[in-house]
Design a protein around this ligand. Structure first.
Ligand code: AMP
Length: 504
């Protein structure tokens, strides 16, 4: 059995209907159960006023019901908006407000929940069964979207990337045609559904008729149990950021012997370091490594390359490969640009950003990525980092300006800046925050005693700086922007001095 994206329905319903479709953190569902429950979900969603083109927020973390809701939304023609519980209530409220949403689906509780108008906190116990919403949820201007995914935004507000159904159909076609994942792939899914990397497994499983194993944060934190779970379900396709795979290498059980069915590592989201690729080739001699690249704005990934021994022998820094079928990638004034049906329809309600980043190229939607790129004579593409202040840390996409905005909202902060501290290879090890308080002594004022807690109300944990430092004022560069490089240097100087004093 599988999900037919073009017809928006379950297809081949008598084929392997008893096979597992989803192994959730809470329960497992066979394909016929997934289909039955998705239809029930559609009826419930309709009772809450949801319909085609009306976005539906799905909140949770790795429950089987999350997949039920996504499949149900595809049946209904309602774009789903995945929000992992890693996002605090405040961020959820901002997302709901951008969508004018008053109700969301709670995958943990398996029910629709209304958001109260002021605080945006869920009203627990509300809206069981059929309900009459205060006002019907609103349809989006863009029609036939598959999902809307919110990523970090420079203004401090997350921005909604609108992905059309034609774009996910292109993703599924590409996976089926080029990835050689076998007849019934069993995917590892561990990235939160609010990150588009996880859409590989969602659409891969649904359209290829495979199985997806949803690994919760609690499970992945227990190395041995996590790997035993993957082995028990005979996972064939590993999907993660390179950072996540790097963590697993600490466990000696993470090897082909422990996971004999694992045939493919599918990476995306950040640089795949050569050293990691080499280690994985050694531990998993029978597995293929696929490095893919692309922003959320172009439906998960746009370029790809199988990283074999020949590729590793030729490159000190891995290429991002070649454009996928039906996509075009080119370098314009040093910036990677992407064109094709898989490019988003635009950011939700952000005409300014759409005008700056989107354009038409040979009749196709096109997007300026903000990535520095290069292409060789054979069309092999390379990504050399960012033009702007967007970073990746541990695989997470972060706009430093979003952290700045949260820091500026702290009591007594006249201005503020976040600064990434990089390892020698350029990857970000951690972020430190600076607040200008007007004081010279560098000590945080009492009002900032609980700064981590204050930030956690607004930012997901991976965006919270590991340290906060006070300063009189922040240095500015020639173009009057806060000089993050100078702050990073100041930080290193202060620590070096402290270390020298300690050693003396
Ligand atoms: P996201 O929207 O979270 O997928 O992040 C997209 C950004 O991550 C891209 O614009 C790149 O800066 C970076 N990125 C994604 N994949 C790769 C890759 N394979 N190699 C290098 N950078 C990557």
């Amino acid at each position: 059995m599988r999900f037919d994206l073009n017809a928006s329905r379950f297809a081949d319903t008598d084929v392997r209907a008893d096979a597992w479709a989803v192994i959730g953190a809470d329960r497992a569902l066979r394909w016929h159960e997934l289909a039955e429950q998705a239809h029930v979900w559609v009826a419930q969603a309709r009772a809450h006023g949801f319909a085609a083109d009306v976005p539906v927020i799905v909140r949770g973390h790795k429950e089987a019901g999350f997949l039920v809701a996504m499949a149900g939304a595809l049946l209904l023609g309602a774009p789903f908006v995945p929000v992992d519980t890693i996002y605090p209530d405040e961020r959820m409220r901002r997302i709901a407000s951008a969508l004018s949403a008053q109700t969301y689906f709670d995958a943990q509780g398996g029910r629709f929940v209304s958001l109260n108008a002021q605080g945006g906190r869920p009203e627990t116990g509300a809206a069981q069964g059929s309900a009459s919403p205060a006002s019907a949820p609103q349809a989006l201007r863009e029609k036939n979207l598959a999902y809307v995914l919110f990523t970090s935004g420079t203004t401090g507000e997350p921005k909604g990337v609108q992905i059309g159904r034609e774009s996910v159909a292109a993703l599924a076609d590409w996976m089926a045609a080029d990835f050689a994942l076998g007849d019934v792939p069993v995917f590892l899914n561990q990235a939160p559904f609010s990150f588009d990397l996880s859409m590989y497994e969602v659409f891969g499983t649904l359209t290829l008729g495979g199985t997806v194993v949803l690994a919760s944060r609690a499970l992945t934190a227990q190395g041995a149990t996590f790997l035993a779970t993957l082995a028990r379900h005979a996972v064939t396709t590993w999907v993660s950021t390179p950072s996540f795979a790097q963590q697993q290498l600490l466990n000696p059980q993470f090897s082909q012997d422990g996971l004999p069915t694992l045939g493919t590592f599918l990476f995306c989201g950040e640089v795949l370091p050569v050293a990691l690729a080499r280690q994985l080739r050694q531990r998993f001699p029978a597995a293929r490594l696929i490095n893919t690249y692309g922003p959320t704005e172009a439906t998960v990934a746009t370029t790809w390359i199988v990283v074999d021994d020949a590729v590793l022998a030729h490159h000190a820094r891995l290429p991002i490969g070649y454009a996928k079928r039906d996509a075009e990638v080119f370098v314009d004034e040093g910036e990677l640009c992407i064109a094709g049906a898989h490019v988003m329809r635009g950011y939700l309600n952000r005409a300014d950003l759409n005008a700056a980043r989107m354009f038409i190229h040979d009749g196709q939607r096109a997007f300026r990525t903000g990535d520095l790129g290069a292409v060789d004579g054979g069309g092999l593409l390379f990504c050399h980092g960012r033009i702007d202040d967007q970073i990746k840390m541990g695989g997470y996409r972060i706009e430093l300006m979003e952290i700045d905005a949260a820091l500026r909202a702290l009591p007594g902060a006249a201005s503020a800046a976040s600064v990434p501290l990089r390892r020698p290879d350029g990857s970000v090890a951690r972020i430190v925050g600076f607040v200008a308080t007007g004081n010279d002594d560098g000590r945080l004022p009492d009002a900032l005693h609980d700064w981590k807690m204050l930030l956690a109300a607004r930012l997901p944990s991976y965006m919270i700086p590991s340290e906060l430092l006070a300063c009189r004022s922040l240095p500015v560069s020639v173009n009057f922007k806060i000089d993050r490089a100078q702050l990073a240097q100041d930080y290193r100087d202060v620590h070096l001095k402290a270390q020298r004093q300690h050693n003396a």
